[in-house]
Every structure is written in structure tokens, then in C-alpha cells.
Design a binder for this molecule. Sequence first.
Ligand code: LLP
Length: 436
Amino acid sequence: MSENAMKIVNEAGHLVVGGCDVVELAARHGTPMYLLDEEVVRDRCRQYHREFEARYPQVEVAYAGKALLTVAICRVMEQEGMGLDVASEGELYTALEAGFPPGRIKLHGNFKSESEMRRALDAGVGRIVVDSLIELEHLNAIAQEMGTHADILIRVRPGVDTHTQEKIQTGQVDSKFGLGIYSGEAEKGVQRALELPRLRLRGIHCHIGSQLLDVVGFERAIDLMLEFLAELRDRDGFVAEDLDLGGGLGVRYTEDDDPPSIAELAEAMCSTLQENLSDYALPEPRLILEPGRSIVGEAGVTVYTVGVVKEIPGIRTYVSVDGGLSDNPRPALYGAVYEAIVANKADQEATQWVRVAGKHCETDTLIDDTLVQPVEAGDLLAVFCTGAYNYAMASNYNQFLRPPVVLCSGGADHVIVERETLEDLVRHDVIPEHLR
Ligand code: LLP
């Protein structure tokens, strides 16, 4: 057995995920398939609780469902005492279908539709994170009409530039999300929220980016958020109950990634927070965190069958697998880099440099250049760290079927999302009269 928790190999030389032999799972469920190690997911939830609660009195850890949301995942999060962030009506619906306690749900979005806001109010979600001045008015009006109140946070843009992929950076001044602190818009939002009779302003929120590999951005954001909270207290008499600092902790996609541990993140965030609270003589707000990727990312493995191995002499070897862009758009979208192993030869030495290609009708490279075991058609290729933003971002491009999600728990496997069928692909198609 190797020391990396995600690269466990059994006596047969097969990769093991969550105690399950991946070769055996592929035979039963087919490929491509997403595997998710339940213990790893639960362990990450527990680490967040343990490390933050040891350093700060009041903490809510809300899993960011956008990373991977299914009804079964909601159940796991519920059992682990997590809150849940939803970013759309569909995510909200999924959570409610799972019976997730509405009071622990938080609704996000830079443009919430009326029906999203209504559904959230109707369900009685714990918080709605308001993203714009116009949304304050809309939400207040809807709450008024429904004869209810909305407990809200205001999302602000602290103006932190993080060193992450530009497309997943969100806390800087030039962003579509939230209200700017420097521009005065955020304070205006707070003042307006305090005036509107159907809104109960509970605090402020920020999220500075994703796949962050150091703690500096979090510390900077806390400094700016606390300075802002002190201003709100001094100028507007508003004292926040909640301080939501979003998600963003990175994961180890390859051996070159070295994200802080959850303990290191907790240490950096809580100490910066406590220093600021005492400098500004502010009471301790409830601290809310919204991790997504760092909860499920490393728990996921995608398993493909190798169909074709093509050597271009003097150039490289292409390994084509039975999935690609449709089950993992991240390499194409973000230049994301992954590592892989030949799951049925996991005990062999990796000696061959290959490019892993998908099977879509375009150049859908999954891994540009990676060292794997000697690979041939019929082998199983397992790509690591695909738990976050893979199934969640999957599509039916080229009418591919979305793969199943299999939860692996201590040697038992449970299908939590079934593979789509060909019938699913045309389920919503309509033939208009003139084409009949
Ligand atoms: N909270 C808010 C308000 C967010 O916008 C996000 C992610 C999170 C929490 C969770 O962030 P995490 O802990 O997962 O970094 N599709 C992209 C990632 C987009 C992230 C969007 N917001 C990717 O595949 O890298």
C-alpha cells in the first residue's frame, strides 16, 4: 500500500477507493464512472468542525453544494452537522428533496429569480445572501407580499486579488459579485437593508476565490471585512451577528499542489479574526465558512476504459478514454491539471509518458502529459481528485450519457446517481407539428 490515502493498491494490483476494488466496480457499473470515497468526505467535514471549533466559539460550516450536489450527498452533509449553500433554485430543490433542514440552507446568486427567492422564503431557508442593491428591493417586496421576513447577509467585495485562475477569482474590485466596499456601495446596501421592513440583516459575506493555495488572501479579506464591520458599527450602529468568509481552500490535484491543511487555514483565519476583533473592540460574530472543493475534491476518482493507444513516433502517445469534456470540462475551461493511474496495473511502475484524450469530436485533452503504467486498450484509467466540479459540471455534449456516481463506503459501493440512459437524452425533445 502506498502512503497516499487516495492511491491504495490491493494484492491483485488494483486501485482501491473507499475499500472497493476499482476493477471490480468497473465490471459491475461500467465506465466512465465517478467514485466518491464517503469516509474522505466525512473526514473533511469533521476536520473543518474540529479545527475551527477548537479556535473560535461559534462556527457554522456550510458545504458549498455547487461542488457536487446529489440527494445522498445532502444526507451525508446533514449527518455531519453541516450547513448547505445553494446557488440556484435547482440546488435548493435538491436539498429540500433530500429533506435537508431548511434553516441550515443559505441561498446565493448574483441574480436570483423571483421564483428562487419565493421558493427560498417559502421553505424558510436560514439565510439569503443578497448580491445587489436592486435585489434588496426585490426580496423585500416578495417577503412583504408573502407576509414573511427574510434573514439576509449582504455579499461584499473586499477588493482582494488572489493568485488563482482568473475565472474562479471573485473577491477583487472588478467582479460581478457583491457590493464593493471601497465604492461605498456595500455601506449603502447595509443602510438600505436596515430600512427595509421585511429584511433582517444578520451580517456580511465575502468569497474571494477558489482553489487558493495559501492563506494570505483569507487573512487580507478578514482584515478588510473587520475594518468594514467597525465602520458599520461606528457610522450606522450596525453590529453583525454573522461573518461569512466563503470557501476557497485549494486541494491537491497533482503532487505539485501544496494547499494549506484545514488546520493551517483555521489557525490563520481564527488568529487574524481574533486580533481584529480585539483591535476594533467588536463582539465575536458567528463565523460561517463555505467550503466546497476541499470537502469533496480529493474524495473523487473518475474511472475510464482505455479504448485506443496511438503512438506518434517521435512526438507522443495518445491514450483515448471513453469520456472526456462532457464528464470533466475543467482542463478545457481552466487548464486544470490531473494525475492518473492505470487502475488494473496500479502496483506496476509508471514508466510511460502519455497524453490522455477524451472521445469527443474535438481535441478534448484530459491530461496533457502524464506518467502512467504501461497502458493498452482495455485497461482502466483512474483520474484522481475529481470529486468537485466534475459531475456538477458534466454535460451531454455529443449526446454522451452522464456517468453514474458511486459512493464507496468501507468496502461497500452504493450508486447515488444512476448512469443516464439513451432515453433520457431525448426525453425533453419535441417534434413540432410541421415535422411530423
Ligand atoms: N461560496 C461561494 C459564494 C462561492 O461562489 C463558491 C465557489 C464557494 C463558496 C465554494 O468554493 P470552493 O470551496 O469550492 O473553492 N467551477 C470552478 C469553481 C467555481 C467556484 C465558484 N464558487 C472550478 O471547477 O474550479
